[in-house]
Every structure is written in structure tokens, then in C-alpha cells.
Write a protein that binds this ligand. Structure first.
Ligand code: ATP
Length: 234
């Protein structure tokens, strides 16, 4: 579904990604791991079209995306949940969910899709008319994921979804990722909790200093203490 080859990205003169190549097949959960500053967030931003300067190739569902703006990539079925969530202050949970459909071809089915999301996210269903920023951090993270899911993306990219969230909600969230996978959604996950991420992932790429230094099945990497110690914050 996603084939990235020799992807490079820059922040000004700083060469942040160097010849990143990776693939995500339909229905997989693929995880990017690596220490702080390894280039995980920059990889997701480059795939979504949020970096000013990139070079290489990002092919999604057979189309080259690298010259396309983010809204076109979104319309083609890519979604991105950034670490900072971007829940809109002053809007209810329902209104935040509606924002996920503003640029979507599915907008006319808004009420039906909000109903479907409410079934998947019972915590949000109970809070539809509450101001979204008054919810806990974990509930806001659920909302950010729900807002990305509502337009039914083919591939969802999640940046550190468990960051700063209480363990009970993290467990609930990872259960949700399993059920997303069971329903055919493809997931590219950046997660600092390596053990948790590898537990649900099919495969993983290890990044270091802007390059892919290792790739393996999640199962093999889970058992590889040397790689985990060398490249991950475990
Ligand atoms: N806005 C920016 N301007 C300049 N350099 C940046 C910017 N954002 C990130 N970088 C640099 O790019 C490199 C990759 O950062 P990136 O955020 O992609 O890493 P990461 O693996 O996601 O780490 P983290 O877990 O800390 O978010 C780092 O050296 C970082 O300092």
C-alpha cells in the first residue's frame, strides 16, 4: 500500500532524513522505533506532505505523492494523528469529530459516521456535547484518533499515541488498534513504548540519526535485546 524509497528531508540546512526506504502492506501494523531525534516524526510528516523540502519517492496505492500537497494525500486516504493532537478549544467532541469530515467526500454521511464512531469509542459517545479540551489527555488522544478515523482512511499514521496517558487508557487504545487492524485499517505507528508497540505490530523499522538501521518482524525484534538497547530508549 505504501512504498517509500530513498526519502530525504531537510529542516533548513539540516539533513534530517537520509535515504529512508520502507514499505507498509495493506492490513499491516508497522512500527517505527528509535531514540529521540532519530527521525520518526519527520518520516510521518514527510509522508503526509508536511515538510517543506523532501526528495525521493513516496508511492501510496500506486500513486507518487511526493509533489502532492497534504490535502490531496488526505483525499487519497492517508491520515495523520500528530503527537500534539490539535483538539480545537471551544468546540465539543461532536464538533471536533465533524472537522475530520470537512475535506472528505464522506461529509454527506456525517450523522451516520459520527454514530459509527460512537460505537467504537464509547468514552466519546458519553461526552459528545462536552467541550473537548475539558476531557483527560487520554480521552483527547482517543478523540484525535477518532477524528482521523471518521473519514475512513486506508492508512493511519499515529505519532506516540500513548505519550502522557494513564495506563488503563493506553491498554484500551491498543485494543482499539487491534480491532482497527481486524477491520482492515493499515497502521504506521511511532511509539516510545517499544514493548507495547511490538506486541501489536507485524513488522518494525529501527531509525537512528535519520536513517533506517534495522528492520525485522515485530516478534524477532521483541526478542533482540541488543538492538533494543542500542537504538531504543528501553
Ligand atoms: N522544526 C524543526 N526544525 C529543525 N530541526 C528539527 C525540527 N524538528 C525536528 N528537527 C530535528 O530533526 C531530527 C529528527 O527529529 P524527529 O522529531 O523526526 O525525531 P523523532 O525520532 O520523532 O524524535 P522524538 O521522539 O523526539 O519526536 C532531530 O535531529 C531534530 O532535532
Amino acid at each position: 500500500m505504501l512504498q517509500i524509497s530513498k526519502l530525504n528531508a531537510w529542516y533548513g540546512a539540516s539533513h534530517a532524513l537520509q535515504d529512508i526506504s520502507l514499505e507498509v502492506a495493506r492490513g499491516e501494523i508497522v512500527c517505527l522505533i528509535g531514540r529521540n531525534g532519530a527521525g520518526k516524526t519527520t518520516t510521518l510528516k514527510s509522508i503526509m506532505g508536511l515538510m517543506d523540502r523532501t526528495r525521493g519517492s513516496v508511492i501510496f496505492k500506486g500513486k507518487e505523492l511526493l509533489q502532492q500537497p497534504a490535502h490531496i494525500r488526505f483525499a487519497l486516504g492517508l491520515a495523520y494523528v500528530p503527537e500534539e493532537r490539535r483538539i480545537v478549544q471551544g468546540l465539543s467532541v461532536r464538533e471536533n469529530l465533524r472537522l475530520g469530515l470537512v475535506a472528505s467526500a464522506e461529509k454527506k454521511r456525517e450523522a451516520e459516521l459520527i454514530g459509527e464512531i460512537a460505537m467504537i469509542f464509547p468514552r466519546l459517545a458519553e461526552r459528545m456535547d462536552q467541550e473537548a479540551v475539558t476531557m483527560s489527555g487520554g480521552e483527547q488522544q482517543m478523540l484525535a484518533i477518532a477524528r482521523a478515523m471518521i473519514a475512513k482512511p486506508d492508512l493511519i499514521m499515529l505519532d506516540e499515541p500513548s505519550e502522557g496517558i494513564m495506563p488503563v487508557l493506553v491498554d484500551e487504545m491498543f485494543e482499539l488498534f487491534r480491532s482497527m487492524k481486524a477491520q482492515g485499517t493499515t497502521v504506521l505507528l511511532v511509539e516510545q513504548n517499544v514493548e507495547l508497540a511490538l506486541d501489536i505490530a507485524d513488522r518494525a523499522y529501527v531509525l537512528d540519526q535519520g536513517a533506517v538501521v534495522h528492520q525485522a518482524s515485530a516478534q524477532d525484534l521483541l526478542a533482540d535485546d541488543e538492538i533494543k538497547e542500542r537504538y531504543c530508549s528501553v
